[in-house]
Design a protein around this ligand. Sequence first.
Ligand code: NAP
Length: 493
Amino acid sequence: MSLSTSSANRKPVFVLVGGTGDLALRMLWPSLAMLDQDGFLDKDLRIISVAREAVDRPAFLERVSSAVQKRIGADLEATTLDQFLPRLSHIALDASDPQWGAKLKAELGEPDALEVVYFLSVSPSLFKPICEHLESAGLSKSPNRVIIEKPLGRDLASSKVINDSVAHAFDEARTFRIDHYLGKETVQNLLALRFANTVFEPLWNAQSIDHVQVSVSETVGTGDRLGYYDDYGALRDMVQNHLLQLVCLLAMEPPSNFNADALRDEKVKVLRSLKPITADNVRDVTARGQYGPGFAEGKQVAGYEAEKGSPSNTETYVAIKAEIANWRWAGTPFYLRTGKTLPSRTTEVVIQFRPVPHSIFGSAAQPNRLVIRLQPDEDIKLTVMNKAPGLSADGMQLQPLDLSLSLSNAFDGNGDKPPRRRIAYERLILDALNGNNAAFVRRDEVEAAWAWVDGISAAWAEAYPKPQIYPAGTNGPMSAYMLLDRDHRVWND
Ligand code: NAP
């Protein structure tokens, strides 16, 4: 099924529930407009925004148009909005209104003549009523699909409640769970790098790789998300989804084909192979931190508890030594870390290879390292040792050389201008329109990730209740450095 290219008989519709919200304005409308600019949307595709606020059409189009211009800037072509805006309409509906489904149906028209993708860009507490409305109005039947995004629960039990409420209306194959990291070009490229080349695969195991680091650092604090964040913390907000999805793609076995379930079968095996962390070892294999007073992004930061106005044990920083109990990875830890108010905004994976078995150059021969950067720039670099050019009285000198597989340099679209860096949601929306769920997270993945994360939360509650304070603007708590130091390793700062 496909909504981005003409589908048989049915008229394509994209319904954006929460079309006036922050995510919609910053990411989703600009993504849809750019898909239109690049010719990916069916000429008949209608796009309907739904929210409680009543906005007349001209005011709504003005809001979308300025959001798109602000986000896309100079890459927005002069005619794009002329083509895109006529597709749009907005209707005011409250999800608590029992007539929600009937009113939406009146706007949509005969359901059997339509193929609808719903993007629920609203609080997950509304997923249940909205799915019930869609089901009772006959709007959730195949081939219609639903896109949802985190937070999908705060533990395994609450995630099951959310998934069950969606599953009542949409079967698994028609449920598209977004982890926007999976829409990033470099993350997709990880699959190409691993499974379209022969050079890496023989080395992609514990025999050749010493350890892996996955780091996601943010310069911001919790800001206006503090109310939400205090109930989640870094472990639930970042590790359960983004970091573990990266671990899956790095550690999975080669799938037998590129089909969505073949891929996701291999990803879920990684999650199920993660060694449980318990109260007995949690202080050795995790670090918890919370930012205190300091200076971040050029501004004075009062500290998390001061911002909240009351004591809190919520962690704004976490580091974990994750171990994957299988033949490929036994003995090769995956160190994960993420935190707020850190000195730089970076998302980076480091694959640290083992040293040569016998160095004829002494300690000058440093081990190879593959660095995959998602932020601030998207780039892949392989560090290899090289002879330093020229003569030296001390004999041959070595130097590390970075081989760059930089996406923007390698695929310079038209020769003079690097290709536009796409919003991750563009690819994900396009895939959902096309009914391709390979880059979306399956229910068993979400639940396996929660099961492992819940073990850490329980171990913390028992044996590590208080995070260590680190000054805002620094690299996180000392305990994160001790975590690697115990293994005679260092973070790639
Ligand atoms: P938001 O700015 O609060 O927007 C929520 C949207 O839902 C608004 O359009 C709001 O419009 C609508 N809405 C709220 N209550 C409604 C109701 N009872 N019936 C119908 N519509 C209702 O939130 P957001 O930041 O866009 O986030 C949306 C979802 O995406 C949340 O679950 C969030 O956790 C998740 N998310 C957001 C981001 C992000 O960057 N913002 C990133 C990842 C995930 P009205 O008030 O007019 O109804």
